[in-house]
Write a protein that binds this ligand. Sequence first.
Ligand code: CTP
Ligand code: CA
Length: 224
Amino acid sequence: CSQVFRQQDFAGKRVLISAGPTQEALDPVRFISNHSSGKMGIALAEAMYLLGADVTFVAGPMPSKPQYSEIQIIPVTTAAEMETACLAAFSAADICIMAAAVADYRPVQVANEKIKKQMEAWSIDLEKTTDILAQMGALKRSDQVLVGFALETENEEANAKAKLIRKNLDYIVLNSMRDAGAGFGTDTNQVTIFRADGEELQLPLASKNDIALKLCQSLKVWQS
Ligand code: CTP
Ligand code: CA
């Protein structure tokens, strides 16, 4: 991979990216998770690498991984592990892009043995996980750039903007679920980027690789 021609846009910058789902165990054979494929995060990690950045990729369980061996991959399974990995890398990062679909809740208890089907109905007690992005927003220094993602199925723009403020972000990327070609597992995506000062940029439906490159390039333009 050392043959790859890299741009200099983000040369000398450390970029931390979270991606993929997390899995929260119920017992040794079952977990709670979501449909995230990690593809958007992989595209971002590769785009940032090709633009010259030093990339750390905190990866929830996903079927593929970034193709360049220089990208440092930290594999995690649970939200708690993702939190530990992300916070450990946070202070050294110039730019953090949290694209992971972190589980919002985890089972209060994890059974040591497989849970047997005894009762007619069964409910599970869940507790909240830590909001990693909000933690970073609270710790953020003025020289750091923090980018979040938002996945909404209603009041998309208002919800995304509320997250931008609540989590003290510089940018939030709203994933559109409306388009047939956008969302989980697809190779294409449609996003709108909202900036803390109110400016916004809507990108047309495109491949996740194209979206990632455009997103990184607009961060570069907006930051300079
Ligand atoms: N996020 C995070 N840690 C969590 C939950 C979310 O870092 N425990 C990050 C995601 O990586 C994403 C952003 O927060 O960048 C928004 O995630 P999303 O699920 O859309 O928002 P939530 O704040 O969890 O709110 P809700 O699921 O209720 O819409
Ligand atoms: Ca959530």
